[in-house]
Design a protein around this ligand. Structure first.
Ligand SMILES: [Zn+2]
Length: 338
């Protein structure tokens, strides 16, 4: 038994910035910014409560609302990058929601500058690389997404590499968002990804393909309900950003045994391993990789393959991808020489 798993190179493409805020940090932010901390978002053990997607979003929105200063964002992202770097993560793509920042009084430009500072600081200390994916909030409606797309286009930033949407998958239809995503596709080189096939079934993934045409799908696990859809995803090499513990905590599947990870892999669909909102789902990125090994019975070299898949389908530039693949390749060589 090798003791190499903690250092296995990892890449994360699906994590939400405010979803990385642990309970202790959330309390500190609330105190610092003079805001009440509702104990109702915690369970009897002092962790964030589990539940369904709408309940989770209430807790998430509450925590996201504790932030007031651009420097809070720097601190949150820096802390997360240092944390995952220690878990073996070599590259992070963080979903960041300028609409939340605006609600907290932080402008788009100040928000991006604060986040860039965190990326530079974490890189200097650990070597981890990170980029940003702009997340619109689906439940805020199509008009807000369109306005955000215009803001992103008007303020290009070298660390912004993608555009997508998160939030409540059960609200609105992908056709409503087509205009905003078409604008991004026509005016920028940003990668496009959306959440689908989590709270809603296979049809939501078909709708994403038909109206948005994303390169990656957040979750997408319920594609398993339609064989023709699985064939389509495999054929088009559309990547699923799978977050196993998130699916269990939000009740998409009752257990890891019932999770379709292996069915999707066996169908030839490219998959990646992610933590989504780690403290909210009582997990870490390293723990998700461990679940893939322990619960889904995948090998360490399978996990390396998922890391490489994540690098190849990351939205960053080719030069950085080559550097990252080299780092992962060096690790693979040490495994073989053991
Ligand atoms: Zn997500």
């Amino acid at each position: 038994m090798t003791q190499t798993l903690p250092l296995l190179p990892k890449v994360e493409l699906h994590v939400h910035l405010e979803g990385t805020i642990g309970v202790a940090t959330a309390r500190k932010l609330a105190v610092k910014n003079n805001l009440p901390f509702p104990e109702t978002i915690l369970n009897e053990n002092g962790h964030y409560k589990g539940g369904n997607l709408p309940d989770f979003l209430v807790s998430y929105d509450t925590v996201a609302g504790f932030i007031r200063q651009p420097s809070d964002y720097t601190d949150i992202l820096y802390a997360y990058l240092i944390d995952v770097a220690a878990q073996g993560c070599v590259y992070e793509e963080i979903m960041v929601a300028p609409d939340f920042a605006a609600d907290n009084g932080v402008s788009y430009v100040d928000f991006m500058d604060a986040l860039a500072l965190a990326i530079d600081k974490a890189r200097a200390e650990t070597g981890i690389e990170a980029r940003l994916n702009i997340a619109s909030l689906r439940h805020h409606g199509a008009q807000k997404t369109y306005e955000l797309a215009k803001t992103v286009i008007a303020n290009p930033h070298p660390y912004v590499v993608g555009f997508g949407n998160g939030g409540n998958e059960m609200m609105h239809h992908f056709r409503d968002f087509k205009l905003a995503f078409d604008l991004i596709r026509n005016e920028t080189n940003l990668g496009i990804h959306v959440h689908a096939g989590e709270a809603c079934g296979a049809q939501s993934v078909w709708d994403a393909l038909d109206y948005i045409n994303p390169a990656r799908i957040g979750h997408g696990v319920r594609s398993v309900e339609d064989e023709r859809l699985m064939d389509e995803l495999a054929e088009r090499r559309i990547v699923l950003e799978i977050c196993p513990s998130s699916n269990i905590e939000l009740g998409v599947y009752p257990s890891y045994d019932a999770h379709p990870f292996n069915v999707l892999v066996d169908a030839g669909i490219p998959v990646t391993v992610n933590s989504d909102d780690p403290p909210f789902f009582h997990t870490t990125l390293a723990h998700e990789y461990k679940i893939v090994q322990d619960k889904f019975r995948r090998t360490q070299s399978d996990c390396l393959h998922y890391t490489k898949t994540a690098i190849r389908h990351a939205f960053c530039g080719d030069t950085l991808k080559e550097q990252l693949l080299k780092r992962v390749g060096e690790y693979a060589e040490t495994l073989q020489s053991e």
